[in-house]
Design a protein around this ligand. Structure first.
Ligand code: GLU
Length: 291
């Protein structure tokens, strides 16, 4: 199996030291394996993506010494592919429309009779307010759509010849999870629940689009930060539902500030562009992130 990985930043702010580490780490692994390193622009969220941030991504990564095949895949140019995946899941009765706001979800989840709501990779686990008892009929609506997790896992379990649900971890999760990771269906229902796969006016959610893209780009190794370890369980379920291959995952350590907090897009002080302006070299950036 040739090694193909990707670095998939979202153009919603400046790249910082955490991105530099992730991109360089993936690039180095691909070089060592004699494989391919792809750059992808995860601009599915049009309301937050900006052309100037995308231009800055190309500029910063080139300065760091990364190279990648062109043209790059930009999610905003592939909305029909995400729609097709949604149509497939809809036709199998696994999606339902949801009209809850964040506030509705918080209120329903913290109703007096409930224990404190479980928090999943996307925030509070959806309490199921809009979940229908029977799959909705008709054509795919242009609205927020959730995956009926219990029903989805039920269809997978019915496919008796399927291998166990899980993935291979070449790095480590937040609690040191490594090697063959098995996913427990009941835990997926309880701790992840009915995730959003389509938002109104957007082709698909983050989870749906990365799963489609990784398959289209024939990615063999997904290399990304440990903060996305929880999301990987969702991606593996979607790969099974959509009959797509599951790549090997490598979740890497996170670059933190001096207080131990993970760097975020708004940490402009640690933006690669800022270090460039201050006269640092790419080698110094590698040293700062421990490469
Ligand atoms: N676009 C995502 C981000 O910037 C990463 C996508 C992924 O690695 O799956 O956090």
């Amino acid at each position: 199996m040739t090694f193909r990985t990707r670095f998939a930043p979202s153009p919603t702010g400046p790249l910082h030291l955490g991105h530099a580490y992730s991109g360089l780490f993936a690039f180095d692994l691909a070089q060592r394996a004699g494989g391919a390193f792809l750059l992808r622009i995860d601009d599915i969220d049009a309301s937050r993506s900006r052309p100037e941030w995308e231009a800055q991504i190309y500029d910063d990564l080139t300065w760091l010494g990364l190279t990648w095949p062109k043209p790059v895949r930009r999610q905003s140019e592939h909305l029909p592919a995400y729609r097709a995946a949604l149509s497939y899941l809809w036709a199998r009765g696994l999606l339902y429309p949801c009209s809850c706001s964040r506030r509705d979800i918080a209120a329903a989840a913290s109703a007096p009779q409930e224990d404190s709501p479980p928090i999943g990779p996307d925030g509070i686990v959806y309490p199921g307010t809009c979940r229908p008892s029977h799959p909705p009929e008709g054509t795919l609506p242009e609205t927020v759509l959730r995956l009926d997790m219990r029903r989805a896992l039920g269809t997978l379990q019915a496919q008796a010849l399927r291998p166990l649900l899980g993935f291979k971890e070449d790095g480590a999760g937040p609690e040191g999870q490594t090697g063959q990771i098995r996913l427990d269906p009941e835990a997926l229902v309880e701790t992840i629940g009915d995730v959003v796969l389509a938002r109104g006016g957007m082709g698909g959610s983050y989870h749906l689009s990365v799963v489609v893209d990784d398959a289209v780009q024939r990615i063999t190794h997904v290399i990304r930060g440990r903060d996305l370890f929880g999301a990987t369980a969702i991606h593996v379920v979607l790969q099974r539902l959509l009959e797509l291959p599951t790549p090997i995952y490598h979740h890497h350590r996170l670059i933190r500030d001096e207080t131990g907090k993970r760097l975020a897009k708004r940490d402009d002080a640690r933006a690669i562009a800022k270090y460039r302006a201050d006269g640092l070299t790419p080698r110094q950036i590698r040293e700062m992130v421990g490469l």
